[in-house]
Design a protein around this ligand. Structure first.
Ligand SMILES: Cc1cc2nc3c(=O)[nH]c(=O)nc-3n(C[C@H](O)[C@H](O)[C@H](O)COP(=O)(O)O)c2cc1C
Length: 179
């Protein structure tokens, strides 16, 4: 099984990358030791801001084709979405907009668990709400969402793992739905 994992953040110290790294390791350890995990860094897919004019003059950017192909080659997706002003980061939205010009079903019907990590207490309710509302329109087979709020108390940076029992339980229950 090939699991494609990424944090939808271009922050060098991203808490969402930390969460998705932990979650993908946990998935392998607890559910599928045979899983091949590919952890993508979205900084490797930075492109000019999508515009219809750029697409008309140069076609869909090669990096968007590359990302889309990696989704296609995977069996399941594990994504952690930062919340910026109640929604996606522009870094991710740009990659997403480019990929949507290949196919509106960007997620290609892959079973997906969507996570969010935030320092505050709302635990990414805004961005996860957007993910839930849009999933059926963009080919995301959304199995579960888990928001981790109060990140400073939720994650042990040295051990690289969640610490609160209720978060660990929620993550494990979500990951089980990818099996
Ligand atoms: C432009 C901007 C907007 C933000 N908006 C929100 C928000 O709406 N809700 C929230 O919980 N946190 C918000 N934050 C705080 C982020 O959750 C925090 O910076 C977090 O570290 C981002 O995740 P990342 O480290 O994985 O990139 C915002 C941060 C920035 C820079």
């Amino acid at each position: 099984m090939r699991l494609l994992a990424f944090g939808a953040s271009n922050h060098s110290a991203s808490i969402n990358v930390a969460l998705v790294r932990h979650a993908s390791a946990r998935f392998k350890e607890k559910y599928r030791p045979d899983a091949q995990v590919e952890l993508l860094d979205i900084n490797d897919f930075e492109m000019p801001i999508y515009s219809i004019d750029r697409e008309k003059s140069g076609g869909v950017h090669d990096l968007a084709k590359d990302f889309y192909a990696r989704i296609g080659a995977s069996d399941a997706l594990l994504i952690s979405f930062p919340e910026y002003n109640g929604s996606y980061t522009s870094a991710w939205k740009n990659i997403y907009d480019w990929m949507s010009r290949i196919d509106r079903k960007v997620y290609q019907d892959k079973p997906t668990v969507a996570l969010a990590a935030t320092p505050g207490g709302r635990a990414g309710a805004g961005v996860l709400g957007s993910v839930e509302a849009s999933a059926p329109h963009f080919g995301m087979d959304l199995r579960a969402t888990v928001g981790i709020g109060g990140w400073g108390n939720a994650f042990d940076n040295e051990g690289g793992a969640l610490v609160r029992p209720q978060d660990i339980e929620a993550l494990d229950a979500a990951l089980a739905k990818l099996v």
